[in-house]
Design a binder for this molecule. Structure first.
Ligand code: TRP
Ligand code: ZN
Length: 879
């Protein structure tokens, strides 16, 4: 079934280019359907390269209009839309190449290169979009200084932006105008950007520690200016934080952000001109939920932090993508943890890692954090590169300690400023500062899969000693059968009967530092002395390494940890484990049609947690939320029947609801708040707890009344949408639900980001009839295949967020979905392949569903004219 699917790029084949591009002067004559681009490139042949070596430039769907070398028309060249090969180059190592191309921004629906959406010209060049603008050495190790001249109709495009600082602007004949931007920092082509159009904006300033006054602007669609204020606030906090914590100071006079509504990903860190999916810019209390606010804060910070980790120091090649992404995700996680509740944020990080990255690492799409080969780089902007990449930085910091961590980064910043580097260069800075070999740690970058750590312990009453034995194993992954042990830092504590940690005074066994066990071999053991009682072991505190931990804890010990672990993550993890076990046990019982029973101790524990005033609201909300159906499925691993999981989880929800109705009502009422909405973490935590409790109360009463009441009274989108979700998911078709859905639609029909929620909540309704709903919504006047956010909100939510509805046993939803993937692929391959990855765990389903899904995937793989993106994903999934 495997066919040759085109070129495979390999890390081992890397070699530097024969030519360098010192300076790049671009001139854009912007017209909706025929934009003319002139690129004047100052080329230098690399020392040692033969003068006869041809210059081979990348293109993608380009039309060449003219080509000059040192201002003389070139003759000896070959050109296709994908490649420009120039021979007979000047003997002199330095020369100028002038390339004129024409492109059509209007018909560009891939949203890569220069495209026009909602009458705005905008670009997306990472990873390989620049070659859709002009022929170029479109690779991240070719750094160039850019000067960009933009010219457009003044009425259609009053705003003309590019990277760096504005040098000149003015009016021209024929009601046109121009602007010239210059970016003094050498950069790879993927960081180039331009924006032109009619946009509203808000402005502010930030004064750096070095006294530079930076003009800050956020550009949005007219009328949305006030919805960008939170993003501006987040930007200023990010700039201050990066100076305080990392000593990273901004390096231009202007920092611009532009929000666009058609965007393939979250946002893009173009130098001095970040371009955002407007989902990560626009917010106000009436349209954004607490999760939206947190997302904006994180993505604004992420893109800003790239200025040092990505832009000043960039990647040598795309295999090194995690060099900028893993580090930058870690930095944005730290920023959010400092701005909010660190413990709660850590739990959310781990939930994301386990729900997105673990299935990737355990399935057919598994790849190392630094892949060794790819067919389509766009398919490697993954949870593994981003989230596991971030976990590796976090572990590195745990291993070397805070002081070495910050010193090593300082060395990395000074040593490699202005360079395109590798993971080896990065690690070398840490080795040089710490004087320690990090070879065992570095293996994490090259080995796919999630290690399994098995823990055993034995208490010796006579000798008052405790032995801990840790063992690590890593299963084979696609293309990698042999695995070596890696360096796993295991943070731990020994808890006494009083709930307090027992101090460690004497031990035997190598690799104990503070409260970290450094597991570096396949098996290691440690013995602790003067331990006067048998302690309860709290392992992997703070989730100190991205591993599966297998530990034989008794039920009593789990309950003990859930009550007493001083590590908040450990408490949540223990409780989560108990709940998961309970749901799994009932899946078995439902399967055998036996009556379901509940552990009274667990119900009691939840009641205590809900009432515990010493815990913050957000933490209580996390503890009271049952694991998602997808979480349960992941733990089950094989032979999954989503309907049984759903039933089992619902049964537990009902038992908790009934056992606690009175207590939960009391807390719910106390949380009622009439104060004006503020998006801070403390208020958000209250709303989160309120939503979890309302779910239980609605179940206990079996009535939509309270949810409908909240829907009507809500003074913010968080509460309103929580109420709507309960109505749609629990009381579909009830007059209250019909009324609320219609009201929501008429209130928000002109606000696309809110309508995305309206589509998503219906696509997620757990019901065997969800497919019919989704089919009807495809024909809704506001549904459009051209808008990625809308496609994700309807189709992504259905495939990735509706286990029972999407996996209906007759396989009809799979057929429906695969047809749409093929349709989207013709316009926007990146979007199609990303949506398709939500099926990556297909082999874990029970046989009937698995067979249906397999044929849907095979149908995709066998279709003619697939993009490389979808071809690569579908074939890897089936391999
Ligand atoms: N570098 C971007 C980020 O991490 C990711 C990104 C934005 C991207 N747009 C893209 C990656 C398009 C591939 C294609 O924030
Ligand atoms: Zn990034």
């Amino acid at each position: 079934m495997r066919t040759d699917t085109g070129h495979v790029f390999r890390l081992e084949d890397y070699r530097p280019s024969d030519y360098l591009i010192r300076e790049t002067a671009l001139s854009f004559d912007l017209e909706p359907e025929n934009t003319i681009v002139e690129a004047r490139l100052s080329i230098k042949r690399r020392e040692g390269a033969e003068h006869s070596v041809p210059l081979i430039l990348d293109g993608d769907e380009l039309t060449l209009i003219s080509l000059h070398i040192n201002d003389v028309p070139a003759t000896d060249y070959d050109v296709t839309p994908e490649l420009l090969t120039i021979r007979s180059l000047p003997y002199n190592a330095d020369f100028t190449l002038t390339i004129v191309t024409s492109i059509n921004p209007t018909t560009n629906r891939q949203l890569m290169g220069l495209y026009r959406s909602s009458n705005i010209y905008t670009t997306q060049c990472e990873a390989e979009g620049f070659r859709r603008i002009t022929y170029f050495l479109d690779r991240p190790d070719v750094l160039s200084i850019y000067t960009v001249r933009l010219e457009a109709d003044k009425a259609a495009a009053p705003v003309l932006l590019s990277n760096g600082n504005l040098q000149q602007s003015g009016a021209l004949d024929n009601s046109r105008h121009f602007a010239i931007w210059h970016d003094p920092h050498p950069k790879p082509s993927y960081l180039f950007a331009l924006v032109a159009g009619s946009l509203g904006s808000i402005s502010d300033i930030f004064t750096t520690g070095s006294g530079r006054v930076v003009a800050l602007n956020i550009y949005v669609e007219h009328g949305n200016e006030s919805r960008a204020l939170y993003a501006m606030d987040a930007l200023k906090r990010s700039m201050a934080w990066d100076e305080d914590v990392y000593g990273c100071v901004y390096d231009l006079d202007i920092f611009n952000i532009v929000a666009v509504s058609d965007f393939n990903m979250g946002a893009m860190e173009n130098k001095g001109l970040n371009i955002f999916n407007d989902k990560y810019v626009l917010a106000d209390p009436q349209t954004a939920t607490d999760a939206d606010y947190a997302g904006i804060e994180a993505v604004i910070a992420h893109e800003y932090f790239h200025n040092w980790t990505g832009n000043r120091i960039t990647c040598r090649d795309w295999f090194q993508l995690c060099l900028k992404e893993g580090l930058t995700v870690y930095r944005d996680h730290e920023f959010s943890s400092d701005q909010r509740s660190r413990a709660v944020h850590r739990i959310d990080e781990v939930k994301l890692l386990k729900s997105q990255q673990f299935p990737e690492d355990g399935g057919p799409l598994a790849h190392p954090v630094r892949p060794k080969e790819y067919r389509e780089i766009n398919n490697f902007y993954t949870a593994t590169v981003y989230e596991k990449g971030s976990e590796l930085i976090r572990m590195l910091r745990t291993i070397v300690g805070d002081d070495v961590y910050y010193q090593a980064l300082k060395l990395y910043f000074t040593r490699h400023d202005g360079q395109a580097v590798t993971i080896e260069d990065f690690i070398k800075s840490f080795e040089d500062v710490s004087g320690q070999s990090l070879a065992r740690f570095a293996l994490w970058y090259d080995q796919a899969g999630t290690p399994v750590v098995t823990a055993r312990s034995q208490y010796d009453e006579q000798n008052r000693s405790l032995q801990i034995i840790l063992e690590q194993k890593l299963a084979p992954t696609p293309g990698q059968s042999e695995k070596q042990p890696v360096h796993i830092p295991v943070q731990f504590g020994l808890i006494g009967a009083d709930g307090k940690d027992i101090p460690i005074t004497a031990h035997q066994g190598a690799g104990l530092q503070g409260d970290i066990l450094h597991l570096q071999e396949s098996t290691q053991s440690w013995t602790f002395f003067d331990i006067n009682e048998k302690p309860v072991l709290s392992l992997l505190r703070g989730f100190s390494a991205p591993v599966h931990l297998e530990q034989q804890l008794s039920h009593e010990e789990q309950v003990f940890l859930a009550r007493f672990d001083r590590d908040a993550f450990g408490r949540w993890q223990a409780l989560n484990h108990l709940l998961t076990t309970e749901i799994l046990k009932n899946v078995d019982e439902l399967h055998q049609q036996k009556p379901v029973q509940f552990d009274p101790q667990l119900l009691q524990l939840l009641a205590e947690t809900a009432q515990d005033e010493t815990l913050d609201h957000a933490f209580r909300a996390l503890c009271l939320s049952l694991p998602d159906e997808a979480d349960i499925a992941r733990v089950m691993g094989t032979n999954i029947d989503p309907d049984l999981i759903h039933q089992s989880r619902e049964t537990l929800l009902a038992a908790i609801a009934q056992a606690n109705a009175a207590g939960f009502t009391k807390i719910y009422e106390q949380l009622h708040d009439t104060a004006p909405f503020t998006p801070d973490a403390a208020s958000a935590g209250k709303r989160a707890l309120k939503a979890v409790l309302l779910n239980y109360l609605t179940i206990a009463e079996n009535s939509p009344a309270q949810a409908y009441a909240l829907y009507e009274q809500a003074n913010n989108m968080t509460d309103r949408f929580a109420a709507l979700t309960l109505l749609v998911h629990r009381f579909s078709g009830h007059p209250d639900t019909v009324k609320a859905l219609a009201q929501f639609e008429s209130d928000y029909q002109s606000i696309p980001l809110v309508m995305d929620k309206w589509f998503a909540v219906q696509a997620r309704r757990p019901s065997e009839h969800a497919l019919e709903t989704v089919e009807a919504l495809i024909n809704h006047k506001l549904f459009s295949f051209d808008n990625p956010n809308r496609c994700r909100s309807l189709l992504g939510s259905f495939a990735a967020g509706n286990p029972t509805g999407f996996n209906r046993a007759d396989g009809k939803a799979y057929v429906f979905f695969s047809t749409l993937i093929l349709q989207i692929d013709r316009e926007n391959p990146q979007l199609a392949s990303r949506l398709l990855t939500s099926l990556r765990s297909w082999r874990t389903l029970e046989p009937v569903r698995r067979a249906h899904l397999q044929s849907a995937l095979e149908r995709i793989a066998a279709s003619p004219n697939l993009s490389t993106d979808v071809r690569d994903i579908s074939e890897r999934m089936l391999a």
